[in-house]
Design a protein around this ligand. Sequence first.
Ligand SMILES: *Cc1c(COP(=O)(O)O)cnc(C)c1O
Length: 498
Amino acid sequence: MTKFYVSTRNNNIDVSASEAVLLGLSDDGGLFVPKDINSIKIDINELIELDYKEICKIILNKFLPDFTEEQIKYSVDNAYDEKFNHKEITPLKKVGEDFFLELFHGKTLAFKDVALSILPYLMKESKENCKLNKEILILTATSGDTGKAALEGFKDVEGISIIVFYPEGGVSKIQELQMKTQEGKNTYVYAIEGNFDDAQNMVKQIFNDNDVREKLYSNNVALSSANSINIGRLIPQIVYYFSSYIKLVKEKEINLGDKINYTVPTGNFGNILAGYIAKTIGLPVNKLICAANENNVLTDFIKTGEYNIQRDFIKTISPSMDILISSNLERLIYFMSGGNSSYIKNIMEELKTNKKYKVDSSIKNQIKDLFWSDFSTEEETLSSLKNLYQKYGYIVDTHTAVAYDVYNKYKEKTKDKSKTVILSTASPFKFIESVYLAIESKKIDTDKDLIRKFSKKYNLNIPKELSNIEEKKKYHDEILSIDKVEGRIIQISEKIRG
Ligand SMILES: *Cc1c(COP(=O)(O)O)cnc(C)c1O
């Protein structure tokens, strides 16, 4: 199999696409990236007559060279079926002069479904390609949405088990309900004492702990990841950048070749990095607008070139973006450094010891050329959500409201009139309390019947995945302290051993 991927922290560690999907993370702590991203090209002229699934097959084919066409077809056809409640998978809605790319029509109502519906298939095929006969155990840290989407994706998949860790008190009521009521004999869910960064660091540490790995191996269990550190998460997210562009051409909103902007509500930098890769391989992109909430470490970085996490972690009403350590930024800097893995290793060590690093001016300038960033305060997020509703009757979730607010700041500050797609990352039903608060300026009574009350009030259909969720059995109700996690993982590996 072609060794198509290398570690961001060591160019000498190279693996095939299948190995990268199975491993999730390189064992030197680096993330896998294509060895030569500039050799990958997509000709948008050839996509114009194609639907979502066909575009997906073309893109996957480029990034997974050791997969056969049958394997890709099988994975795509099984991932993007009636699980999505819209035939276009990721429909584009025109609201006023703006375009919202609705990425939340999958099973768990967040954009994570787009990638996590296909990742289990990619993993199964990768297992076959690598002739791996171990049980795979997926460890996932979640700020709320990845967890549920991963659980649904991997539920009852043979040969794979999944453990999800979410920050106790750090997710919305509906997100928590979705995870606690998760079915499937191979699913485990724990609230951990700490925030998302603690959860993500803990998972990364376990990945790089040889003792743990050996214990798991002796139980015939191998670890993998469903976070966007896994290339199998990232690659499927490139697709909707292309499909939304093609849609704008078809609707005669733009001409083929026109450059457009994308505004992305950003946390771990996975979604927006997929946009960067889309541009690199041939999509005509003007600016990628990185929208942050009050945890605005990325905004500062894009403006100054300094990444500094010496600041308080703030709990906001857009919890899926409450992140200070955005893992996928490492990949962007790797690309912009021209693939200089020792440079990446150094700055990542600096981040660990000094809690900050500063990139070279050439990298800083490249980033400024392509990205623009600002953040939305809690108050601004609430009022942008309300404005959109009052003006157009269109209700978005709080993360998308952050993006809408930042996009309006962009327009005002730059006067750029390029067409812009705003990525809409979750259904408003996932964040009922905050959405209600934004529109009504008062709290909704959360005691019971929350979902039905919300749907009635705004005349929105209840997504079928949420009907009855409030009555469902809670299978997962345990809070773990971080020092107990390792022991629990070993216990689970004993139970699932192949
Ligand atoms: C995960 C998530 C984000 C952030 O996406 P990243 O890829 O982590 O930058 C934004 N909005 C919602 C609703 C999410 O679930």
